[in-house]
Structure formats: structure tokens, C-alpha cells
Design a protein around this ligand. Sequence first.
Ligand SMILES: [Zn+2]
Length: 309
Amino acid sequence: MSFELTILGSSSALPTSNRFPTAHLLKAGERFFLIDCGEGTQMRLKKYGLNLARIHHIFISHLHGDHVFGLFGLLSSLGMMGRKVPLHLYGPPALSDLMAQYGHFFGPLPFELACKSPTASEAFIYESDKITVTAIPLKHRTRTYGYLFREKARPLNVIKEQIEAVGLGMADVVKVKRGEDFITEDGEFIPNERLTHPPYHRRSYAYLSDTAFDPALADRIQGADLLFHEATFAEKDKKLATQTLHSTAAQAASIARMAGVKKLLIGHFSTRYKDTAQLVEEAREIFTPTVGVNDGDLYSVPLKRLKRE
Ligand SMILES: [Zn+2]
């Protein structure tokens, strides 16, 4: 099963000819999750060979134009393509107010738009049999959420030879897959580790954009495989970052280091920097596995088994 992130747009508020405003697409197995939808997102999806019709879930961080202006065009295209199945949107409460305007101005869509906002009572804003998504409140000028996508634990794989060797019946196999130990007819105790292959690592992707530097975020995303953290400014413009509730590349790297993530992706670069290498450099001084993203980049997290002691 794949766990693959495509960067559709890596700019901040102003698009350039190379960098579109923010949008990411996470492919987890057969599911596509669109994260933010800046202007031109549907063109980027086409350019990178990704099928719009396969998107059923869109997560919006906040209602600043560079994260939502692409939604209207995308919805219109989906309507023209004859979509009938519901489209699920997740984001701040104002998202449903904005979407309610669509039909008023542009006519009804032939599919249902289901909007959902995070609630205090639910741990996950989205959950399927394979993945959970947690909304993480960020510090920005309007209500903003980051999102943590994390695979659920898979059932353990039973070692085939052991089924016969210890005499596992069908019902026993189900229990062993859940992690239970086994006691043979002769009363011999067989620990689960002897009957199963090591479990798979649960892959995760954390998306934190836009936000002021907030060390508390590190606790929410501990050990993520991939972290995207906005890095709008260079260190010399730290004051501007503080004023506008954005982060510097070095601050993004501090969060990555505190959270012990495997890899940091930075983007949402201000267009004031003609060369973004400087920002990547500043981040790498604090957290070496940092990459500055570009539109069209693909980051894949391979499926690995955990090591048993
Ligand atoms: Zn932004």
C-alpha cells in the first residue's frame, strides 16, 4: 500500500510561474486526500496525472485565499464531469458558510457537499478502517488547523509454517492476528512473537500551515515520518514572521527536531526570496533531514516492519 505525498503548490500568498499557492495530495492506499486547495489546484492535479474524480476528502487549513481559491474551480469541474457521489470537506466552521454561497451564485452542484469542522468530543476529524486524521489547532490570524494523517495498526501476519506446527485453528488464527498469545492442547504457552511476523510501522504525515512558531505543536506530531511545516520567512525577517503569525525556516526546523520526525519538508516561501536555498540552509543547521519543496515533488514513505527486540 502506498503512502505518497505530491506537492501541488509550494508558494505562499503570491503565485509565481513555478510555484502555485498551497495544495498537497496524500495518496494512502487507494484513497486520495487533498490538503488545501490554492488557486490552480485542479490544473496542477492534471499536470501531475492525478484524477480529480478520485478525490472524496478535502482538508482545508484556513480561509485565506492562498489555501482555498482553487476550491470553486475544482467544484465546478467536478460538477461538469458528472460527479454524483458526495464530496467531504473538512475545515474551520466558516468553510461551510463559504460553501453555502456556491449554489447561490453559480447554481446547484449535482453532488452533495458535506462540510465538517473539528469538535472537542471527537479525537479524529476523519477515520476509516485504515487511517485516522487529527485536526491540530494552529496559531494564525484566522481559525486554522493543521492535520495529522496516520495509518492504523494492521492485523499481524501469521507465519504460515506455525499454523500447522502448533495446531492453530481458524478461530485461533483470528486471535493471533489481533496479537494474542496461544496455548497448545498440551498446555504449552506460545508467545505471539513466535507466531507472527513483526508488525508494520504505522506511517504518518503531519501538515502544519500556516502558523506562528508554537513549540506545543511538537507534542502533537511526535515521530511523524513526514512533516510539512510552513517556512514563509528567513531568519533575518523573523520580526515579520512574528507580526504576521508565520514561521521562519529555522523555527520550522526547531519543531521538527523537538518532534523527532524523520523528514522535514518546508515551503510556503515568501516570494521576496528569489533563491529559497538560503531558507533550506537555515533549517538544515538545526535539522539536517530538511528538504525545500517544489511543485510536482513526490515524497513516498515505504512500508516497513518494526524490529522486535
Ligand atoms: Zn498561506
